[in-house]
Design a binder for this molecule. Structure first.
Ligand code: HQG
Length: 187
């Protein structure tokens, strides 16, 4: 597969596992898992180029990106984050790092100051462990982006749950604005 083909495949799998699994006849369990074989047979039927897709192609896809979007285990696969399906997935809460980062459009900052971070179209608010990753997330949204600092442990100590989603992404149900620093890290 060329790089472009891997990106296309990754986007389709993200769509299937995060947003509209029913279009691929997938049944997602409470933790987001589906059978690899069911996903593969659905993808094989989707495009002629994918007619002989196998587990090795998925493994190649997983190592191709720096970002770890999917987890493959015991003949099952799941998206680690990003879901928008109606059934909220179960996540295990854990102690987050002292600070996390969230990149967003400068235009959204005023509303976030008032309402805090909300999941908007997804099930959870997404935060990054590293500033640079958050900066890239913010750049997707606007030409002028900002990286917000989340006082994660402080919020955790006051009862807010955080959930690890892979090594570099953390999720939360919401983050109140008193745990968000808006200064610094302006693009
Ligand atoms: C904003 C991609 C106004 C929030 C990325 C964000 C990430 C508010 C947008 C992952 C708000 C939602 C998730 C409020 C939040 N008022 N705006 N109160 N609260 N927002 O795309 O975090 O490459 O759903 O700041 O890289 O940007 O697909 O979330 O701008 O890791 O694997 O509402 O998706 O990963 O946008 O991105 P999104 P996100 P992949």
């Amino acid at each position: 597969m060329t790089a472009e083909e891997i990106i296309q495949l990754s986007k389709t799998i993200s769509h299937a596992l995060r947003h509209e699994p029913w279009l691929y006849e997938l049944e997602i369990d409470n933790e987001g898992w589906v059978l690899v074989e069911t996903l593969l047979s659905s993808l094989r039927a989707e495009r002629t180029e994918w007619s002989s897709l196998g587990v090795a192609d998925l493994e190649k896809l997983l190592t191709f990106f720096d970002k770890k979007r999917f987890e493959l285990k015991n003949e099952k696969i799941r998206a680690l984050y990003g879901h928008s399906i109606p059934k909220k997935l179960l996540k295990q809460p854990a102690l987050p790092p002292i600070t996390l980062y969230h990149g967003t459009a400068v235009e959204s900052a005023a509303s976030i100051k008032i309402y805090g971070l909300r999941p908007m179209g997804r099930q959870y608010v997404h935060m990054s462990v590293e500033v640079e990753t958050a900066r890239e997330v913010g750049r997707r949204k606007s030409k002028s982006s900002i990286v917000l600092t989340i006082l994660a442990q402080n919020a955790y100590n006051n009862g807010l749950s955080f959930y690890p989603a892979g090594e570099f992404v953390w999720l939360a149900d919401y983050v109140l604005s008193n745990y968000i620093q808006f200064t610094g890290h302006l693009d």
